[in-house]
Design a protein around this ligand. Structure first.
Ligand code: NDP
Length: 453
């Protein structure tokens, strides 16, 4: 690491204390950019890095709401408007008790580069709350969403900032948020993506992140003349991204043997079939139950609860060729990465954002496996949000086939941009550097064009 990069990261840590996920995301990107800064000194002169790690705006607000028993609760709401150099702010909302400023800043920072890679005009943002939708009634979730939007509405708009879903924010929450925005503004506009099909949503948006991550894996395999057919795959999570990752993998002839939630994971040696996936979808999206029920329903499957005394995740210690982490950040540490490699995994496509720690990433890169970082592999979600915005703007809806075709095309384009950029900078096959550099250059050049703002 050069002195400049080391000092830069030390400054970011000093200026943003107690935000380890943000430090991690910045370090990964800045390490990749060393070579770019050498070739393009104008970025140093214009202080692009110093500006790009500083959010353009951070909004932090109180969200009071009442539960079904009449008790009053207060949560914290956030919106990080990170960078608008290439388009309106765009990025999801996360409702989870772990949410804090540092986590949302890491997500908004990643989002800036990811959105740049999609080929569409979208800036970077992220937001959310430490509210936990688990165990809440539909009414409680609605009261919360209405209170959250009662503050957020004044900061967003279809040409300003367009939020979407993320962990804990799915179709139900987007519906309540949209309803309240419309009521407060007296305006029906494409201010959120992930909307219901009857009121401005796009076909394939729910599927897009998972499908996109599988399309990216298929592109990586194609560079070695291989396909996903017959490959054994490990998937973590059982939410939106995981479900559609499993669906596309089944369609392409792969065998998926795991899914998980925050309570534990199931291993189904026979493979998850379409029927079993339908059970998972009903369990998670309708009954809002726990993944443990899968093992009660399907006798060949084994459930292993999370053991907090373990320093590794047993889900990643199974024989397979491909892994699709699709739950949350830092779910693969160095030990997990070593276990994956030992078990024969040579394709890792990150559906989740930053699921691998820096040490884990280094192991994957050293082993020269096909490793796709989240900002490239899971960009299909936000790309399809961009397609939803395009349809809203035209007041038209495209067919399922049309949106899927465009998504597939975008994932191929992202793969090519990462591949070509890595090669151009003398690091062929390194998708981490390829994604960081390709995403960065477009934003950095736009910032220079627009002057000191
Ligand atoms: P969901 O809320 O639909 O599902 C999240 C899944 O991950 C659930 O199975 C959940 O289990 C599990 N999970 C969440 N937090 C933890 C934790 N701390 N430890 C273990 N398991 C956990 O979210 P999504 O599927 O939308 O998001 C998953 C990941 O994909 C996130 O990293 C998100 O940022 C990323 N992503 C999502 C996009 C989208 O379009 N939705 C786009 C791009 C990235 P439980 O039910 O027990 O909480």
């Amino acid at each position: 690491m050069s002195d400049f990069v080391m000092n830069f990261i030390a400054d970011v840590k000093a200026k943003n204390p107690a935000e380890p996920e943000f430090h991690q995301a910045v370090q990964e990107v800045v390490e990749s950019l060393e070579v770019v800064l050498e070739r393009r000194p104008e970025y140093r002169t214009a202080k692009i890095l110093e500006r790009i790690v500083e959010p353009e705006r951070v909004i932090l607000f109180r969200v009071p709401w009442q539960d079904d028993q009449g008790q009053i609760h207060v949560n914290r709401g956030f919106r990080i408007e990170m960078n608008s150099a290439i388009g309106p702010y765009k990025g999801g909302l996360r409702f989870h008790p772990s949410v804090n400023l540092g986590i949302l800043k890491f997500l908004a920072f990643e989002q800036t580069f990811k959105n740049s890679l999609t080929t569409l005009a979208m800036g970077g943002a992220k937001g959310g709350s430490d509210f936990d939708p688990k165990g809440k009634s539909d009414n409680e979730v609605m009261w919360f969403c209405q209170s959250f939007m009662t503050e957020l509405f004044r900061h967003i708009g279809p040409n300003t900032d367009v939020p979407a879903g993320d962990i804990g924010v799915g179709g139900r929450e987007i519906g309540y948020l949209f309803g309240q925005y419309k009521r407060l503004r007296n305006e029906f506009s494409g201010v959120l993506t992930g909307k219901g099909l009857n009121w401005g949503g796009s076909l394939i948006r729910p599927e897009a992140t998972g499908y996109g991550s599988v399309y990216f894996a298929a592109e990586m395999l194609a560079t070695r003349g291989q396909t996903l057919e017959g490959k054994t795959c490990l998937v973590s999570g059982s939410g939106n991204v995981a479900q559609y990752t499993v669906e596309k993998l089944i369609e392409l002839g792969a065998k998926v043997v795991t899914v998980s939630d925050s309570g534990g994971y199931i291993y189904d040696e026979a493979g998850i079939t379409r029927d079993k996936l339908a059970f998972v979808m009903e369990l998670k999206n309708v009954r809002r139950g726990r993944i443990k029920d899968y093992a009660d329903r399907y006798h060949g499957a084994v459930y292993t609860p999370v053991d907090p005394t373990h320093d590794y995740n047993p889900l990643w210690d199974r024989k397979a060729q491909c892994a699709f982490p699709s739950a949350t950040q830092n779910e693969i540490n160095a030990k997990d990465a070593a276990n994956l490699l030992r078990n024969g995994v040579y394709v890792v496509s990150e559906g989740a954002n930053m699921p691998t720690t820096l040490d884990g990433v280094r192991l994957f890169l050293d082993a020269k496996i096909l490793y796709a970082p989240g900002k490239a592999a899971n960009a299909g979600g936000v790309a399809t949000s961009g397609l939803e915005m395009a349809q809203n703007g035209m007041r038209l809806t495209w067919t399922r086939e049309e949106v899927d075709r465009r998504l597939h095309h975008i994932m191929k384009a992202i793969h090519k941009a990462c591949w070509d950029t890595a090669e151009q900078f003398g690091m062929a096959g390194n998708y981490v550097n390829g994604a960081n550099i390709a995403g960065f250059i477009k934003v950095a050049d736009s910032m220079i064009d627009q002057g000191l703002v």
